[in-house]
Design a protein around this ligand. Structure first.
Ligand code: CAA
Length: 378
């Protein structure tokens, strides 16, 4: 647990080489232009990083969840915007299909997603169903061999680019989560449209948009599990997604830390490097402790989730600790850089903006605390 195995070290090194060689050089430019990194996503697919823990029979790399978080941290160290594209495809789309999908659904949808040929999105959030995910207002009814969906999803990562969308709709809004069903939707179904594309504070190269369903017919065989079992699919999926966001946050935190350390050694004030000042040393020490503890928790949660047990508490703890750490470290790294850190010429400025999303999506810090507290008080 405390040392990576030989296999995990190899995966980390491979991800690190790719991230620092191929992803990092274009990160600042993508942040400016908001360009979706289609060529990098294709390369991630070739490396097996778009379906890391999917069985090779379904086009995946057949690794474990720990390998996934280790690789994802490295990708996010280079560019957290690229990282979230990978995270959503693995955690929020491949995982529920692999865990709950039928053999036919896996053959048709999982294999192209896991190999990186197609991109996935997870559409749960709605204008009135954010933290209260059970308040799903997207309606669904059965009509012959199809289900018909009507509603609007928002804040959907990969929304503008995704070809396969795991989505949720309610048979009876009055029943809240008990009426929710999960479906696999293709982006070229009649009645499917990408709505407003968001301009965001950070992770700019990843696409985020509304998805609008208007009398959209979905074949009945595209339902995941059974009617009214969708909310459990959504929640179990989010447990794993939260480990992915923890890994993303760790990548941002580690990058902020490394930049702070090297800047502290090179920047001189009052005739000495600022690294010699206790004020700076304490910030470095606090950053290091938080990163180490968040990483231990994230790896523990990944191992538990990989064992197939419900791991909600550990996943929420990892996400809470790592995302608060990313914000802490980005803030301290910027402080150590002084005025330069506020300039767009310095990478810490981007890290400060990118870190901010990690305490918001896939459940705010407040929702993570709720999940953790409930697990003790239930
Ligand atoms: N695994 C399996 N089942 C679960 C579960 C889990 N982790 N969590 C809850 N359930 C089940 C419960 O057992 C319960 O089942 P019964 O009806 O049989 O009793 C049912 O689901 C309802 O659970 P709760 O009563 O706990 O539901 P709640 O309404 O109180 O909500 C919540 C719980 C934790 C607050 C949930 O609404 C939640 O997680 N909210 C945050 C939503 C979120 O994270 N959204 C992120 C959007 S996706 C995103 O950001 C992706 C992206 O783009 C990057």
């Amino acid at each position: 647990m405390f040392e990576l195995s030989e296999e995990h070290t190899m995966i980390r090194d491979m991800a690190r080489d790719f991230a620092r060689g191929e992803i990092m050089p274009g990160a600042a430019e993508r942040d400016k232009t908001h360009r979706f990194p289609a060529e990098i996503v294709a390369q991630l697919g070739e490396l097996g990083f778009m379906g890391m823990f999917v069985d090779p029979d379904y086009g995946g790399a057949g690794m474990d969840v720990l390998a996934y978080v280790i690789a994802l941290e490295e990708i996010c160290y280079a560019d957290a915007g690229v990282g979230v594209i990978m995270s959503v495809n693995n955690s929020l789309v491949c995982w529920p299909l692999m865990t709950f999908g039928s053999h036919e659904q896996k053959l048709k949808y999982l294999a192209p997603l896991a190999s990186g040929e197609k991109l996935g999105a997870y559409a749960l959030t709605e204008p009135e169903a954010g933290s209260d995910a059970g308040a799903q207002k997207t309606r669904v009814f059965k009509d012959g061999d199809d289900y018909v969906l009507d509603g609007t999803k928002m804040w959907i990562t990969n929304g503008p680019q995704a070809e396969t969308i795991v989505t949720y709709a309610n048979l009876d809004v009055a029943e809240r989560h008990r009426g929710v069903c999960a479906f696999i939707v293709e982006h070229d179904y009649a009645g499917f449209a990408v709505g407003k594309v968001e301009e965001k504070l950070g992770i700019a190269c990843s696409g985020t948009s509304e998805l609008v369903y208007t009398d959209m017919r979905v074949p009945a065989e595209n339902m995941i599990l059974n009617e009214r079992e969708g909310f459990k699919v959504a929640m179990a999926t989010l447990d794993g997604g939260r480990i992915g966001i923890a890994a993303q946050a760790l990548g941002i935190a580690q990058r902020a830390f490394d930049l702070a350390v090297s800047y502290a050694k090179e920047r001189h004030t009052f005739g000495k490097p600022i690294a010699s000042k206790q004020a700076i040393q304490w910030m470095i020490a606090d950053m290091a402790c938080r990163i180490e503890s968040a990483r231990l928790m994230t790896h523990k949660a990944a191992v538990l989730k990989g064992e197939g047990k419900r791991a909600s508490r550990a996943c929420s703890m990892a996400k809470l600790l790592a995302s608060e750490t990313a914000n802490f470290c980005a803030d301290k790294a910027l402080q150590i850089h002084g005025g330069y850190g506020y300039s767009k010429e310095y990478e810490v400025e981007r890290l400060f903006r990118d870190a901010r999303i990690t305490t918001l999506y896939e459940g705010t810090s407040e929702i993570q605390r709720l999940v953790i507290a409930r697990s003790y008080l239930a």
